[in-house]
Design a protein around this ligand. Structure first.
Ligand SMILES: CC(C)(COP(=O)(O)OP(=O)(O)OC[C@H]1O[C@@H](n2cnc3c(N)ncnc32)[C@H](O)[C@@H]1OP(=O)(O)O)[C@@H](O)C(=O)NCCC(=O)NCCS
Length: 378
């Protein structure tokens, strides 16, 4: 048995044919394969790799693949306290996804072999930490990962009476200026986030080391490309996209719903907070969308996670659910969920266990994982 990196797109398609039943949603296998080829062209996936476990060198069909896994290697930071000062270093980190064993080979330790081998590659390449989101409980602890349970809060649209949103792109509420954010329009808010988080972490000069994945608008754009593709497939055949360049597809998607994917709040011209969402789609008699908040942030969170930013986060929560109620003109949204690492009591709603556990493995000594939220996920 050996772990090999696949680079041939046709062979990579075998892995999607195998795992399609678990992850393709309402897409056909070819449309799912095309979606993943498209997502792989995103700037976020510049260093994305697919590895497989096989018995022999020859990979001619799905049967030749025992297990497969994807990893995206990206930038992050490590904050170390030294001589009473915090030092920040750029570090590489990985995010693992798509762990899958061909049903014919399950229960033989092949996934464990695959992750153990991948761990060795990550260490050799000096990745400071690797994260993943487990859908199989604490399974990855056997490969050196420590799991975290981050509960989720959910508010249901039906229970909510729309009251604020009036259909305009910009409006005012309680003295705050509110603006909807368009697809691909997230650079300004992610820059605010990175600047504020850097200040917050630098200020925690307590002798402990911390790591953080550095998200950018490219990460947000990746999530949005994924939901745009799903939605495009509800109304058009993706065949028409297959001959187009990546940038032309991005451009074409601007005219399809969902067009608004976030809200920002300012006062006297100062950006104070934002919410960014995506959707998950379930096909029933009609498509039902659940709004998943990718990130909610307010400037006050640099002081405390539950104090001065409470007002802005509560406002952002209400604005989001209000907009979702209004969106039923275009598509039916059932609920809005958020990770409690972004917002807790201010969001309201029901607290539920997160069916995915976040997990992390460090190459060197353990550090505190800051911003364990939905953004690093893929
Ligand atoms: C999870 C998966 C990759 C394991 O592959 P595998 O090669 O059989 O894994 P291993 O032989 O190393 O380990 C098998 C263990 O995984 C556990 N496992 C499998 N599915 C599980 C699940 N849904 N929840 C918890 N544990 C699970 C098995 O119970 C078994 O435990 P045991 O060793 O204590 O008996 C495989 O079942 C699979 O492809 N599942 C569908 C896709 C998926 O859910 N992937 C995980 C995404 S995070």
């Amino acid at each position: 048995m050996k772990l090999t990196r696949l680079t041939d797109p046709d062979k990579i398609d075998f892995t999607r044919e195998l795992n399609g039943d678990v992850w393709k949603g309402h897409l056909s296998v070819p449309d799912y394969q095309f979606r993943d080829r498209l997502l792989a062209k995103s700037p976020m996936c510049q260093d994305m790799r697919i590895y497989v476990v096989t018995e022999s060198e020859d990979i001619n069909s799905t049967d030749d693949i025992m297990s497969s896994v994807e990893i995206i290697i990206r930038d992050g930071y490590k904050y170390n306290s030294k001589d009473g000062k915090v030092e920040k270093t750029l570090v590489k980190n990985g995010c693992i996804g798509g762990v899958f064993t061909n049903p014919k080979f399950r229960g033989k330790g092949i996934a464990k072999f695959m992750i153990d081998e991948l761990n060795k590659i990550c260490d050799e390449e000096d990745l400071e930490f690797v994260i993943l989101y487990s859908e199989v409980g604490d399974y990855y602890s056997r490969c050196g990962y420590e799991s975290f349970h981050v509960p989720i809060r959910t508010r249901y649209i039906d229970d909510y009476e729309a009251k604020i949103f009036n259909g305009s792109e910009k409006y005012s509420v309680d003295g705050f200026d509110v603006e909807l954010i368009d697809y691909q329009g997230f650079k300004e808010v992610m820059d605010l986030h990175n600047e504020e988080e850097d200040k917050r972490i630098m200020a925690m000069n307590d002798g402990k080391s911390r790591v953080v994945f550095a998200p950018s608008e490219e990460v947000v754009n990746w999530f949005h490309l994924r939901i745009k593709y799903f939605c495009y497939n509800l109304v058009s055949s993706p065949e028409a996209l297959k001959t187009k360049a990546f940038d032309d597809i991005i451009e074409e998607f601007t005219s399809y719903e969902p067009k608004k994917l976030g809200i920002k709040v300012s006062k006297n011209g100062e950006l104070l907070g934002y919410v960014i969402w995506t959707f998950e789609l379930k096909m029933e008699e009609e498509p039902i969308f659940s709004c998943k908040i990718l990130h909610m942030f307010s400037k006050g969170s640099s002081k405390t996670r539950s104090g001065s930013d409470f007002t802005i986060k509560k406002l952002l929560s209400d604005l989001t659910i209000d907009y979702m109620k209004y969106s039923k003109k275009h598509f039916k949204v059932a609920s809005v969920s958020v990770w409690t690492s972004d917002v807790d009591e201010a969001f309201g709603g029901e607290v539920q266990e997160n069916s995915s556990l976040s997990a992390i493995r460090f190459k060197n000594e353990k550090s505190i994982w800051e911003n364990n939220n939905k953004l690093p996920w893929f």
